[in-house]
Design a binder for this molecule. Structure first.
Ligand code: GLA
Length: 413
């Protein structure tokens, strides 16, 4: 009898304890936008670069266009934790005034601040990882004023740092999520295990965005092998996983990796890269050296009409509608019954696009939306040119350079 009573009390207690283990909700209702140091600076990052980047976010109109997070990637630490406190130590040469000073500076510009670490015993660059120190590190980040944590997946195997088991990805990321929540400061949690453990299947309750691939490189269609790992060009990343668009949406995004726009692409490929990331509703984390950005690149990445495709509040990842005569045609359903259409010249030559809208019935089965061309005409807005461009009652006729793109917003007339 007493046992039954105790059980009843225990279960009542269990029910009354609030669920503390969760991610911070509402932080990424549209894909996060910002800048990350890795693609340009690798581990060679420092306080001056971060502060100058923050200044330029204001001066160059990046903040105004929606970019918000300034994220320091790998390389910010000393090689060992503090032997007494076991806390992570910012590198004394690179960050002589510590991390909080830098975070405060970024905040003083009305921006948000992010940092990097790894679920394993070391970061990919060989600096101290978080394995075994999750609550410790999360508390430290909260004290520094961190708003965004990118959490990587190197050194997670058995044998690393004396641990004799291979880490489980969902468990490891959930543990860090809980540590962030317990630390009490809302942070975007960027899961970065390169798509190896299908994070789209378990990530929505754990983080706000998850990488779907290995690292991006600035090439159109290549794979660069470095022995144990590879870098991927734009199209290998875009084509890597066929059926994951249904897992992406407000609060939890497929992350196609930081942008390589402005890092050596031709102007046409820069355009296509940027437009495609927007069509895919990917987070938009700039990866170039903002201090050296040329004017066409600045205009591209601050094009509010293109960014609005990425930031559309429905958060539906676009899909490849078809490949027609050398053009890849991508479609993204938008709020208010509008649509985005992007036409990419996949060939190596300039090519003429002649596209009769009414000829190709278009339906997005995922959200059960279709376009009835016979019943509706749509006004066309050319988003890269910032021009109205007629409507869908007439075929589209355009010359498009090799690897270039045109993108339209369609609005019912
Ligand atoms: C991994 C990540 C990169 C970057 C580096 C840092 O490769 O995928 O984006 O963070 O580690 O070492």
């Amino acid at each position: 009898m007493r046992m039954i009573k105790n059980l009843a009390i225990a279960s009542a207690l269990a029910l009354s304890i609030p669920a503390t283990a969760q991610k911070f909700e509402g932080l990424a209702m549209t894909p996060p936008m910002g800048w990350n140091s890795w693609n340009t600076f690798a581990c060679d990052i420092n306080e001056t670069v971060v502060k100058e980047t923050a200044d330029l976010f204001i001066k160059l109109g990046l903040k105004d266009a929606g970019y918000e997070y300034i994220v320091i990637d790998d390389g910010w630490m000393e090689m060992e934790r503090d032997p007494e406190t076991l806390l992570l130590v910012p590198n004394k040469q690179k960050f002589p005034n510590g991390i909080k000073t830098v975070a405060d500076y970024v905040h003083s510009k009305g921006l948000k601040f992010g940092i990097y670490n790894c679920a394993g015993t070391k970061t990919c660059g060989g600096y101290p990882g978080t394995r075994g120190y999750e609550y410790h590190d999360a508390r430290q980040y909260a004290q520094w004023g961190v708003d965004f944590l990118k959490f990587d997946w190197c050194y997670t195997g058995s044998g690393n740092g004396g641990f004799n088991y291979q880490q489980d990805a969902p468990a490891s990321y959930t543990l860090m999520r809980d540590a962030i929540y317990a630390a009490g400061r809302p942070m975007i949690f960027n899961i970065c295990e390169w798509g190896d453990n299908k994070p789209w299947l378990w990530g929505a309750n754990v983080g706000h965005m998850w990488r779907i691939s290995g690292d991006i490189g600035h090439c159109w269609d290549c794979e660069m092998s470095f022995g144990t790992w590879s870098k991927f060009g734009l199209w290998p990343i875009i084509n890597m996983h066929k059926d994951i668009r249904k897992y992406s949406g407000p609060g939890h995004w497929n992350d196609f990796d930081m942008l390589e726009v402005g890092n050596g692409f031709s102007p046409t490929e820069n355009r296509t890269h940027f437009v495609m990331w927007c069509m895919l509703a990917s987070p938009l984390m700039l990866g170039n050296d903002i201090r050296k950005m040329d004017e066409p690149t600045r205009q591209l990445v601050t094009n509010k009409e293109v960014i609005a495709i990425d930031q559309d509040k429905l958060g539906i990842q676009g899909f490849r509608f078809m490949n027609l005569d050398g053009f890849d045609i991508w479609v993204k359903p938008l709020d208010n019954n509008e649509w985005a259409f992007a036409f990419v010249n996949m060939t190596e030559q300039k090519r003429h696009l002649s596209y009769d809208w009414a000829k190709y019935y278009c339906k997005d089965g995922l959200v059960d939306r279709e376009i009835q061309w016979g019943k509706q005409t749509f006004a066309l807005r050319d988003l890269l040119a910032h021009k109205d461009a007629g409507d869908t009652s007439k075929p589209l006729d355009r010359d498009i350079e090799a690897h270039d793109v045109v993108v339209f917003r369609l609005k019912a007339k």
